[in-house]
Design a protein around this ligand. Structure first.
Ligand code: FES
Ligand code: MG
Length: 579
């Protein structure tokens, strides 16, 4: 299909920098000459920014320097000028206190880098968890044509002939180590074998979830999110991103034409069908709100109830990893399998509809990508809870927890900080039973700060030794997409700002009723009012710098944790530079 008339070269955004016969443009042109470019290389041509989240401390993006070369090849072949630009790396592996603190910083950097420079279109290179939403959120607001290049999952892990999955097997083997069931040698073997190549975590963690969401929304080349990072197909996809973005500039195929309410709904349905990370809730809401689409927790819950989980990929699925998913046909095959549930008329970066992009997609292994009639789990991967403990919502991943906790009542054991919990949890005399509900508070957007991935609270050693591997846990933090267990997360409003979780006391009875989507503390209103009157707000975590700004402007989990002043409906859109 045609995506509209071809833009004349003098309408290129970059022409505003280079075309006028004035002193400013003289300066810009002379500096292009300083960079070694002749007129023929950039005048009247789309200038394509390659926003690269590479760093030597981002283990998931270590192949990006090579991929930049592939993208440049594609841009040049299509008649554009590629320019690589750095963007905040936001690595998941090393960032403390949590990479989530910096997602919005990347989003701001992306938006402002694009706005301030003579760019006609951008290729966004990301993949490790927060880089996908950060880049996409900023580029949505900047509004120039963009294509997303996902880093791709790493190869399967392996130790002593056993397949290892990112994150999930780290937690699993750690519990066995705490129980005294594995040796130091085995533990070191797992450490060396769990991350074998460049690329993002190869379970259906946050990285694979967010790149799948971006793919389903129409922002990547079709199926790009499933290609393993080190597969030669990943290089070809990168070069094709370069070729395609040049065409998108001429077609003026901007994000606002792609990210419609229907495209957001497609992304949410696909997320549910993949067994997505709980983090998807926060990021998808934030991305949608940047595009002016008001996606709510209730919308997601409704989709979750009617969308079966069909990707048999860990941790929600039982057996497989992203490499298997790719060989089974990848995301295009999954979307083809559920085509009747998607709006296939949505426009995508290819200039074609989603339906056209899915033509010819085939499932090669129906145990990995299940038919709708034989799902891994009959409902979607996420459920949203409400109640007097979480009036603005909380999230749980039913498929990844022991079903016996779907309806549960038990006494709370409350920790006010992560260090306090860490100190107590290995005390073999800790007063816990399998019915106890572990609670961690002050771990939300402001309290964490940055809402760290602490939500898969460790099982107390006393219970581990008795053979227990799951229990009900509640917090206002997030958890890694590779985590599992009966973990209620994202309790909103968070305790740090006085959400009801702040009023809970050890010994209070908590009741979870997942089929009815409720989470309550069985404490009467008069008692809660008494506790409310006694509650003192804590000191803000940050007194200066970025954290100061973060604490004052971050929204709660149910609104996506963007900064209030970056959302689509806040203030007038920034004007294009005109001097
Ligand atoms: Fe980068 Fe998991 S640490 S994707
Ligand atoms: Mg992660």
């Amino acid at each position: 299909m045609s995506t509209g008339p071809r833009k004349p070269p003098d309408q290129l955004r970059s022409a505003r920098w280079f075309a006028p016969d004035d002193l400013r443009s003289f300066g810009h042109r002379s500096r292009m000459m300083q960079l070694g470019y002749t007129d023929a290389e950039y005048r009247d041509k789309p200038i394509i920014g390659i926003l690269n989240t590479w760093s030597e401390l981002n283990s998931c993006h270590s192949h990006f320097p090579e991929r930049v070369r592939d993208v440049k090849r594609g841009v040049t072949m299509a008649g554009g000028l590629p320019v690589e630009m750095p963007a905040l790396s936001v690595d998941e592996s090393f960032n403390k206190p949590t990479s989530m603190l910096y997602r919005n910083m990347l989003a701001m950097e992306t938006e402002e880098q694009i706005r301030a420079h003579p760019l006609d279109g951008v290729v966004l290179m990301g993949g490790c968890d927060k880089t996908t939403p950060g880049l996409v959120m900023g580029a949505i607001t900047a509004g120039v044509p963009m294509i997303y290049l996902p880093a791709g999952p790493m190869l399967r892990g392996n130790y002593a002939g056993k397949i290892l999955g990112s994150g999930s097997d780290a937690w699993k083997y750690w519990d066995e180590r705490r129980a005294g069931n594995i040796s130091d040698e085995e533990w070191l073997g797992v450490q060396g074998g769990i991350a074998r190549s460049a690329g993002t975590c190869m379970t259906m963690g946050t990285a694979s979830t967010m790149t799948a969401i971006t793919d389903a929304m129409g922002l990547t080349l079709p199926g790009a999110s499933s290609i393993p990072a080190v597969d030669s197909g990943h290089m070809r996809m990168s070069s094709e991103c370069g070729r395609r973005i040049v065409e998108m500039v001429w077609e003026d195929l901007t994000p606002s034409r792609i990210i419609t309410p229907a495209a957001v709904q497609n992304a949410a349905i696909v997320a549910m069908a993949t067994g997505c990370s709980t983090n998807a809730v926060i990021h998808l809401i934030a991305m949608a709100r940047r595009a002016g689409v008001d996606l709510t927790l209730d919308d997601l819950d409704a989709l979750g109830r009617t969308t079966p989980l069909i990707a048999n990929v860990r941790p929600s699925g039982k057996d497989y990893l992203m490499e298997d998913f790719f060989f089974a046909g990848g995301l295009r095959a999954l979307m083809k399998q559920m085509e009747q549930r998607l709006d296939t008329t949505c426009l995508t970066v290819t200039g074609k509809t989603l339906g056209e992009n899915l033509e010819g997609a085939v499932v090669y292994n129906d145990d990995v990508i299940r038919p709708l009639s034989n799902p891994v789990y009959k409902e979607g991967s996420l459920a949203l809870l409400r109640g007097n403990l979480c009036p603005d919502g909380a999230v749980i991943k039913p498929a990844a927890c022991d079903p016996k906790y779907h309806v549960h009542e038990g006494p709370a054991l409350v920790f006010d900080s992560y260090p306090e919990m860490k100190k107590a949890i290995d005390d073999e005399d800790l007063d816990v039973t399998p019915d106890t509900v572990l609670v961690l508070r002050n771990a939300g957007p402001q309290g964490g700060p940055g809402m760290p991935e602490w939500g898969m609270l460790p099982i107390p050693k006393a219970l581990i030794k008795q053979g227990h591997r799951d229990m009900l846990r509640i917090s206002d933090s997030r958890m890694s997409g590779t985590s599992y267990g009966a973990c209620v997360l994202h309790v909103a409003p968070e305790s740090f700002i006085g959400g009801p979780l702040a009023l809970l006391k050890t010994g209070d009875i908590i009741r979870l009723d997942l089929p009815n989507r409720s989470l309550n503390m069985l404490v009467d209103d008069a008692e809660l009012a008494r506790r409310r009157a006694d509650w003192q707000p804590p000191q803000p975590r940050y007194e200066r710098g970025y954290g100061y700004m973060f604490s004052r402007h971050v929204t709660q989990a149910d609104k996506g944790c963007d900064f209030d002043y970056l959302e689509a409906d806040f203030g007038r859109t920034a004007p294009e530079p005109d001097i």
